[in-house]
Design a binder for this molecule. Structure first.
Ligand code: ADP
Ligand code: MG
Length: 246
């Protein structure tokens, strides 16, 4: 895998909130096609790390290189790069006053310059793919949590991103809806989508992660392929964490 250039490379990232070092020197590379799962206790900096990758969180120190471009450079047009990174949040963040299809077509029309017709055709294709084409003219409030999250994923995919970032995409869902969202994510992984996923779903990590990262106190404390990572964790903090979640 390492003969390719990294899609994302972060170098010595730091983020400070007052006295708190939310990110304390993170350096990491994510290669095309990787599915990197990030785990760790609450408050360990997982969201801050993920949000730094597309500069939703601006680091106080360090660089984020995306497709070889240092997007922390003030001269760079961040919007153009951010469009290539899809993001899915715990709370879906759909636009409540727009229909499902409008939610999906908004970005492609505004940011990619697609015509309404083109964007709607693409949007309906995507809805068909997840079996929700009958929801096109519905508003988000009418959907279940699992449906909303699958729409949020589809909306991100409509921008044809090079990487998808997921921040606890199933944490706000009722248990019976977790599966349908994880299935869609697994499908994306199988298709070769590069993904960075913060999640507590250890089963998902074991099944589809190419690499698992353990964060604690704003640092990456351990990482590896799932088998060794879960089978023989080295760091006591990781052993302790896994004993609580497994
Ligand atoms: P995680 O996602 O692993 O739970 P976060 O990245 O959300 O952790 O947060 C890391 C630490 O930074 C936490 O202690 C959190 O309270 C703090 N933090 C995050 N965002 C802010 C903010 N905007 N202002 C102040 N503190 C923050
Ligand atoms: Mg978080």
């Amino acid at each position: 895998m390492n003969d390719k250039l990294p899609l994302i490379e972060v170098v010595d990232l730091h983020k400070v909130y007052g006295e708190l070092h939310a990110l304390n020197g993170i350096s990491e590379k994510i290669y095309p096609g990787e599915v990197v799962v990030v785990i760790g206790p609450s408050g360990s900096g997982k969201s801050t790390f993920l949000r730094s990758l597309n500069l939703l969180e601006v680091p106080d120190k360090g660089q984020v290189l995306f497709e070889g471009v240092d997007i922390t450079d003030k001269k760079v047009n961040i919007d153009a790069h951010r469009q290539r990174m899809g993001m899915v949040f715990q709370h879906f963040n759909l636009f409540p006053h727009k229909t499902i299809l409008e939610n999906i077509t908004l970005g492609p029309i505004k940011l990619k310059g697609l015509s309404k017709e083109e964007a709607e055709k693409q949007g309906l294709d995507l809805l068909r793919r997840v079996g929700l084409e009958d929801k096109a003219t519905t508003y988000p409030a009418k959907l279940s949590g699992g449906q909303k999250q699958r729409i949020a994923i589809v909306r991100a995919l409509a921008m044809e991103p090079d990487v998808m970032l997921f921040d606890e995409p199933t944490s706000a869902l009722d248990p019976e809806m977790v599966g349908e969202v994880l299935e869609l994510m697994k499908e994306l992984a199988r298709e070769g989508m590069t993904m960075a996923v913060v999640t507590h779903e250890i089963g998902f990590a074991k099944e589809v992660a190419t690499r698992v990262i353990f964060m604690d106190e704003g640092q990456i404390k351990e990482q590896g392929e799932p088998e060794g990572f879960f089978g023989s964790p080295k760091e006591p903090r990781l052993q302790d964490f896994l004993s609580k979640v497994l």
